[in-house]
Write a protein that binds this ligand. Structure first.
Ligand code: GDG
Length: 475
């Protein structure tokens, strides 16, 4: 007899489940919770309530059966190899990602990619409905699942639906390029509440509904009326954050402090250690940063071993052409810079194309005098917030692009426009040369901001906004 399907009051839907499969030396597999802010935030909101998470387990083919992990019910959604290529690498990462990041690289459009996106979104919606209890709260995440809200509403008008966008929402002129713009807006309007990183993102969404769907809008709400279903959908900013207390605790551990010291020693105890940490993504402005630093090296304003630059570029989306090309370009540039400016034992740029454990990331943040964050467009940029969190010693300086969501919160950063190479050079030099006392004052203020606005607060704000979203028929 099959057991009846358990149902839950809170259902999260995100492209990935928050677990990775691990295989031990005997070939036995188990699941390890992937560390990350989203999981921490969800743990905090799920405490004391029944929660389920619907998502892909990360490997193409059949999905494992649903299972419990650390108090959460995980419901894997299967994706075939073709779906990984078309829904995920194709439509999500080669169509939507460039459009939503101001077309830094051209977007690719394929009708069969969208067909896969639709099919996979439907599968997610069905899985959500299967595990959602009557009247449940459903929280859908990110650009991969924009059709899910309307699909869930269709199947389950009893549940309350929220969606949060981790990346920017583009200006209507760019969004309008999408041949499937109507389907996407209608998909999102299935939600009761839509959360964005910045006020401008929410406004872009509302404007798109007005201009492309001719829907009435007022302030931050869009009015939808469809066959007797009249509703208002609210779109507003709820900037994401990180687990301040958890990460700070990690940074304070004696092992982390010792490792930070060791990192500095292994680099010859430079006067200034500059650090970049990014997924290897064209949105992150790694090339612009290297160009600026290369010119500072050429002008002898910085030189190894006094100044050392470490760039961690975490491997990302390696099967998408634009990412392959980016890797070739960045590695060519690093090679050139090292050829011209390195000394024996003191490279101009230490480039690391690796992924590191959290402990090592915390030690790197603690070791770095200047963190350089120069995206051309970024929803938030958690790396900036992680850096200030780790600096319990109030040391360090943050160079931050004005095109990140974090710029709207971390007002005491050394701000730059990454397109203005001369400006980036000056900002880096200011971050190096500003006296320590002044930098400590700036760091203290940024730390206060992140401590007060941590990921737990973000999650409860989102759920609160969802709970208080306009009721149906409240036109
Ligand atoms: C999207 C949006 C938004 C990186 N390398 C390693 C590692 N990381 C961790 C960082 C940080 C996370 O990955 C990256 O987060 P970001 O916010 O910087 O950027 P995206 O990956 O593009 O994230 C972004 C975010 O969603 C959340 O809403 O802020 O705008 O694009 O946490 O620490 N972690 C470990 N090893 C690595 O090598 N352990």
């Amino acid at each position: 007899m099959p057991r009846s399907q358990p149902t839950f009051d809170l259902v999260i839907a995100a492209n990935r489940l928050p677990v990775d499969r691990v295989v031990d030396e005997h070939g036995d597999t188990s699941w390890r919770t992937s560390p990350g802010g989203l999981v921490t935030a969800m743990e905090s909101v799920m405490r004391g309530r029944d929660g389920a998470w619907v998502g892909w387990a990360g490997e193409a083919g059949e999905a494992p059966a649903s299972f419990d992990q650390e108090g959460m019910y995980l419901r894997p959604v299967p994706l075939s190899e073709d779906e990984v290529a078309h829904y995920y690498e194709g439509f999500s990462n080669d169509t939507l990602w460039p459009i939503y990041h101001d077309v830094i690289v051209p977007a690719t459009f394929h009708r069969f990619w969208f067909a896969a996106y639709e099919a996979v979104n439907r599968r997610f919606a069905e899985a959500v409905c299967e595990v959602a209890a009557r009247g449940a709260t459903v929280w859908v995440h990110d650009y991969q699942l924009q059709l899910v809200p309307a699909m869930v509403r269709e199947l389950r008008p009893d549940v309350r639906i929220g969606w949060f966008n981790h990346i920017p929402f583009p200006a209507v002129e760019l969004f309008a390029q999408l041949p499937w713009r109507r389907a996407i807006l209608e998909g999102l309007l299935g939600a009761d509440y839509l959360g964005f990183q910045r006020v401008a993102d929410a406004q872009n969404f509302v404007r798109a509904c007005r201009q492309l769907l001719s829907l009435p809008t007022k302030g931050d709400t869009v009015s939808v009326s469809r066959a007797g279903d009249a509703r208002r959908v609210r779109a507003s900013a709820v900037p994401i954050s990180i687990d301040f207390r958890g990460l700070q605790e990690l940074a304070r551990r004696p092992e982390t402090v010792a490792r930070a010291k060791e990192i500095r020693e292994s680099l010859g105890n430079p006067q200034t250690l500059l650090l970049g940490v990014d997924r290897l993504d064209y949105t992150k402005g790694i090339g612009h940063r290297l160009k600026a630093y290369g010119e500072l090296l050429a002008e002898d304003r910085v030189s190894p071993p006094q100044e050392m630059f470490v760039q961690v570029a975490t491997p990302s989306r390696e099967r998408v052409d634009a990412y392959r090309e980016l890797r070739i370009e960045i590695e060519g540039e690093v090679g050139r810079m090292n050829g011209e400016h390195s000394r024996i034992g003191a490279p101009a740029v230490q480039y690391l194309h690796h992924s590191y454990p959290r402990e090592e990331m915390a030690a790197l943040y603690l070791a770095a005098d200047v963190l350089v964050v120069t995206p051309l467009r970024d929803g938030m940029n958690l790396v900036a917030k992680e850096y200030v969190t780790c600096r319990y010693d109030e040391g360090g300086a943050l160079v931050l692009s004005e095109f990140t969501g974090a710029f709207h919160e971390l007002h005491q950063a050394f701000v730059c426009n990454p397109h203005d190479i001369e400006g980036v050079k000056q900002t880096i030099m200011r971050a190096i040369e500003t006296p320590g006392r002044e930098k400590r004052r700036l760091m203290r203020a940024m730390r206060r901001r992140v401590a007060d606005h941590d990921v737990q607060r973000w999650a409860s704000r989102f759920l609160d906004n969802l709970k208080h979203a306009p009721e149906r028929g409240s036109m």
